[in-house]
Design a protein around this ligand. Sequence first.
Ligand SMILES: [Zn+2]
Length: 127
Amino acid sequence: MSCTKVRKVQGNDCFQRINFLYQISKQTVEINPALSSHYGNLIINLAKKNVLKIHPDIKRQICKKCKCVLNNKSSTVKLRTKNKSKYIQKICKTCGTRKNFPADKNKDYKVWLEKPDGVIEVIKAAE
Ligand SMILES: [Zn+2]
């Protein structure tokens, strides 16, 4: 392990790197979930280290346990109803972790089910 002092990285640089890692993670998840997890971990660590907020669109596509990208192939999506409110449940096929998202807002619901896989995410800088 190297102990070089961490260079202060410009926010933009980091966002670009996170975006890049996210693209790779997304592309590798179907072939090699473990590799996708590795990139997911790098994203989380990079964000933590630089105190950055990961764009919610990306954050919710990363499994909170194994950190691999959750897409149509690597996770099971279910629409559930609890106490009259709908929510979307994503189950990671790699580690079995369930993630719930409220589906009350029609907009969010649409985003989930209609977003094509190939869309390149844009990371927005935290306000
Ligand atoms: Zn997982």
